[in-house]
Every structure is written in C-alpha cells, then in structure tokens.
Write a protein that binds this ligand. Structure first.
Ligand code: 5GP
Length: 189
C-alpha cells in the first residue's frame, strides 16, 4: 500500500535492530485518514470472504480494526490484556509473549463476544514473531469459530510470524512488508 509505505519512510523511526516506532500515526497519535484508507484496503482484500466479526488485541490493533469493521460493516472485538492474577469467568484466554516488551500477557475475550461458527478476520498493527495472531487463533479454535484470514498493517518479513501463520494454513494479507532495516532506512519487500 503505497501511502502507508510513504508514511513509514517519512515518519517511522528505527529502534535497535528490529523495532519500528510508528507512534506518530498508529501506536500513540493516530492518523484517521490513513486508518480509513487502511480499513478500506482490508475490506477490498477480503471482499470475497464471509466475515461476521473482526478480532484484534488492545490497544494498537484497535484503530486499524475499527476502520476495517466500518468498511466491512461488522463488529470489532478486542482481546483485553488481563493484568490481575484472578481470571474472570466465562472468558477465552491465551498467553501471548510480547516481543517488544519482553513480557507475557494473558489476553482474554468474553464468551458473549465470540461464538461457535462465527467467521472471524484477525487484524493487527504488526506481524513480528506471530505470537499475538497465534494467541487469537487459539481463542478462535477454543470458541469453535472459523478464521477467515489475518490482516496486518506492517509485517517484518525477517521475523518468523509469517512462517508460523503459514503453518496454521491461514491466509495473511499485509499492507506493508518490511524486508530489512539498512543504514537507518526501511527496505520494503
Ligand atoms: P508478534 O506477536 O507478531 O511477535 O508481535 C505483534 C505485536 O508486537 C504487535 O501487535 C505490536 O504491538 C508489537 N510489535 C512487534 N514488532 C513491533 C515493531 O517493530 N514496532 C512496534 N511499534 N510494535 C511492534
């Protein structure tokens, strides 16, 4: 997606060897016009699929997921990151190791918001090592719902997320695919 790549080139900041900061338009401040274009792009990519619901993880997945939900006219559910030790009842849960924060989050979705046989599209901001998407897949399986595909705003192809999702046999669509960071520059695939 050209305008997304241009935005990443202009405003993205590379941190260390493998992290891209995009907090000026996606992860802290949000660019609504870009998010709207992203939502329309996901809707076009998955136009031939039957989608009942979008799932994402708080908080950075919510903006692109809501705009995709708006374009597809379906509700959006975000998995909450549970910080307390006691789990509420009637929730689907998964453990997700966060690559950027180096901690494990327990994510959860209330049974009321995900039912058997629902067709679910996963949306997230980044695909790095695939842990967040895999956690959502686990929850979708537990709920006996169906996964339609995974829509990613920014994929880093040098990490193993794509391979993990391929092993699950899931369709993955990424709007920007980063091959490497070289001399402070983002190189797209
Ligand atoms: P994964 O579970 O695929 O390893 O990583 C997905 C999550 O980690 C994303 O939802 C995102 O919040 C965070 N993440 C992974 N890599 C990056 C990155 O390079 N930059 C930012 N800002 N977040 C990242």
């Amino acid at each position: 997606m050209k305008i997304l790549e241009q935005k990443i080139q202009k405003d993205g900041r590379i941190l260390g060897a493998d992290v891209l900061k995009v907090d000026s338009f996606l992860n802290h401040q949000i660019d609504p016009e870009l998010m709207q274009a992203i939502g329309l792009e996901f809707a076009a990519l998955f136009a031939n699929e039957k989608i009942d619901k979008i799932l994402t993880v708080e908080s950075s997945g919510i903006a692109p997921a809501v705009f995709a939900g708006l374009a597809l006219h379906v509700p959006v559910v975000f998995a909450r990151k549970n910080k307390s030790l006691t789990l509420p009842e009637n929730v689907w849960t998964a453990d997700v190791y966060s690559f950027t924060k180096q901690t494990t989050n327990h994510i959860m979705i209330d049974h009321r918001f995900l039912s058997a046989n629902e067709n679910v599209l996963i949306i997230d901001d980044f695909l790095a090592n695939g842990q967040a998407a895999e956690g959502l897949l686990k929850i979708i399986n537990a709920a006996e719902a169906n996964v339609v595909g995974v829509g990613i705003v920014i994929e880093k192809t040098f990490q193993k997320g794509r391979q993990i999702l391929d092993e699950h046999g899931v369709r993955v669509e990424s709007l920007a695919r980063i091959k490497s960071f070289e001399n402070g520059q983002v190189i797209f695939l």
